[in-house]
Design a binder for this molecule. Structure first.
Ligand code: FES
Length: 144
């Protein structure tokens, strides 16, 4: 009986350690790119300029009304790119990194301006007009 309890206890401990390390790994990958849940109103998403974490120039916006996320890039001249994360090749979702976007479907890649850097995609990504008004970044979903 003691042996059985020892084995059971050991397995639970091992599972806990593996679970914690897997969770930590997952959180690290999620923590790499900050994201924000948003709700658009009248085809405009508004986020505070302070939404960007210090030393981060990119932010992923997740809006339940949109099929794909939006990558917002803060540029050196204090303007913003708002890039729709839908591949221009065959409309698949894109993944973002600190240096660009890529598509796992066929390997296309894009820079942080939405331009193609690796084909098969040939068209740039859709970008939305942005405007900074009183420390609020407005992203106009109906305007490119
Ligand atoms: S759908 Fe993205 S490369 Fe084909």
């Amino acid at each position: 009986m003691q042996r059985r309890e020892f084995i059971k206890s050991s397995c639970i401990t091992c599972a806990s350690i593996i679970g914690v390390s897997a969770l930590a790994s997952l959180l690290q990958s999620c923590a790499a790119l900050p994201s924000l849940k948003t709700v658009s109103k009248d085809n405009i998403i508004s986020i505070p300029e302070t939404s960007f974490i210090e030393n981060q120039n990119i932010l992923i916006l997740k809006d339940p009304q949109l099929e794909f996320d939006i990558l917002v890039v803060k540029k050196k001249d204090n303007t913003y790119n708002a890039i729709y994360m839908q591949c221009s090749h065959q409309s698949q979702p894109l993944s973002a990194t600190k240096t660009g976007l890529f598509c796992a479907s066929h390997g296309s890649a894009f820079d942080l301006d939405g331009n193609v850097t690796v084909e098969p995609a040939t068209d740039p990504l859709r970008k939305f007009k942005t405007e900074l008004v009183n420390s609020t970044i407005n992203i106009y979903l109906s305007k490119s």
